[in-house]
Design a protein around this ligand. Structure first.
Ligand SMILES: [Zn+2]
Length: 349
């Protein structure tokens, strides 16, 4: 329902030309885009993580739209330089990928190389080494493959109906809310592991299929177009940890990348990146850890005022539910996110 409304608003802005008019008036410096999976679309009715995957054609379309609209595609070092000395140049756009999925290597990187587009890849070392996994995809598999799930939720036996599409969708949301809001971060993994082994979902095999190996990441790191950034060790919602634990996750994740790749990462992405996962305390910790920039998933454009908030930068998601030019193009004008944030430029509190 919400998706349908948003699509209508975006398409309306596109047809009216209002977004292009607005773009000529506003003073944003550029935009950072978030990608996760890139692969051909899978025809699946129950697909609760579909927003995290775009097909390669849509990535091409995005690059085309950005160039048509006068954006220069730049790396994260250049993003930082342009925020720090914001002379009026062309607007910039930066392409960023979170987590290091193998499909990026197969479907996105060749395309970016062909088009000479710089990109950043944020790696959580534990997801590569198996101390963390893609648990939200494990939950998706559990709900897809079963008609009901019975398990212990905070000492109470609970049964979740997964017998039809609507039931699956609501059960997925319930489980995700429980895992991200109620259960402490340090218990999340054991809960998911227990549930997955109870219902024979092999999370470790899934992780191995989905994530790149260190060898593959090293190949990428050698590409002059690629910036490898840090993304913690075990991909926690940092704001739900103690300050010491949050700090260790950030620092240790960067140290592992330095050891594996021979170069300390200068840039960082907060896992999940939304308000409840990363806030002002984390922005401070990222600065203290020495990162030159750190990116959230708070939607918005980048302005000169972000010079004081280089570790709290907004990004716009290349969202799999909006894979059409008429939905994406207006986002590059900054108008939709400004409307959403009641015309505020900064969202850093
Ligand atoms: Zn991530």
């Amino acid at each position: 329902m919400k998706t349908t409304t948003t699509r209508k608003i975006l398409a309306g802005l596109n047809y009216s030309g209002l977004d292009r008019l607005y773009q000529q008036l506003d003073a944003e410096l550029g935009v950072l885009l978030t990608f996760h999976h890139v692969h051909p679309r899978l025809p699946q009715a129950f697909s609760p993580n579909a927003h995290l995957a775009v097909d390669p054609e849509f990535l091409s379309e995005i690059i085309r739209v950005l160039r048509q609209r006068g954006f220069e595609l730049v790396c994260m070092d250049e993003v930082r330089a342009r925020i720090q000395s914001p002379e009026r140049k062309n607007r910039f756009a930066a392409i960023t990928f979170d987590d290091g999925y193998r499909d990026n290597l197969e479907h996105a990187i060749p395309l970016l190389r062909e088009q000479r587009v710089p990109y950043a890849m944020y790696i959580a070392s534990g997801m590569i080494e198996g101390t963390a996994n893609v648990w939200w995809e494990g939950i998706e598999a559990l709900v897809r493959e079963n008609t009901s799930l019975v398990f212990d939720m905070s000492g109470q036996e609970v049964e979740l109906d997964c017998s039809n599409l609507a039931a699956k969708q609501s059960s997925f949301v319930k489980l995700m809310d429980y895992l991200t809001e109620e259960l402490p971060e340090n218990l999340q993994r054991s809960f998911v592991n227990t549930l997955c082994s109870q219902y024979e979902v092999d999370l470790e095999a899934h992780r191995e299929r989905q994530l790149m190996t260190w060898d593959e990441i090293r190949q990428l790191a050698a590409d002059p177009l690629c910036t490898i950034g840090a993304h913690t060790v075990d991909h926690p919602a940092l704001a739900r940890l103690t300050e010491d634990d949050a700090s260790s996750e950030m620092v240790n994740g960067a140290d592992v990348l330095a050891a594996k790749l021979g170069r300390k990462p200068d840039h960082f992405a907060y896992p999940y990146g939304y308000h409840q996962a990363a806030g002002p305390r984390e922005f401070d910790l990222a600065r203290k850890a020495g990162f030159k920039t750190a990116v959230t998933t708070r939607p918005g454009m980048v302005f000169a005022e972000h010079a004081n908030y280089l570790t709290g930068l907004p990004r716009i998601s290349a969202n799999g539910l909006y894979q059409e030019k008429r939905y994406f193009a207006p986002l590059t004008s900054g108008l939709p996110t400004r409307l959403r944030s009641r015309m505020r430029r900064l969202d850093v509190a």
